[in-house]
Write a protein that binds this ligand. Structure first.
Ligand SMILES: [Zn+2]
Length: 60
């Protein structure tokens, strides 16, 4: 597996810098180099495990 890079946007409105962190930093907190804001790296890719959509129609 190639090393994954996660891009996150700095939540500091006066900074808004895009940070590229390694995939190993998922779930951890990184610090923006530009403004020093601590940013939590998201762990998933848009879908959270455990939450399943009700795509199955209820059988009656
Ligand atoms: Zn920043």
């Amino acid at each position: 597996m190639p090393p994954e890079t996660v891009r996150i946007l700095c939540p500091n409105l006066t900074c808004r810098k895009v940070l590229a962190v390694p995939g190993t930093a998922r779930g951890k907190t990184v610090r923006c180099r530009a403004c020093g804001t601590s940013i939590k790296v998201p762990t998933g890719r848009g879908h959270s495990p455990g939450h399943q959509p009700a795509d199955k129609p209820k059988d009656k």
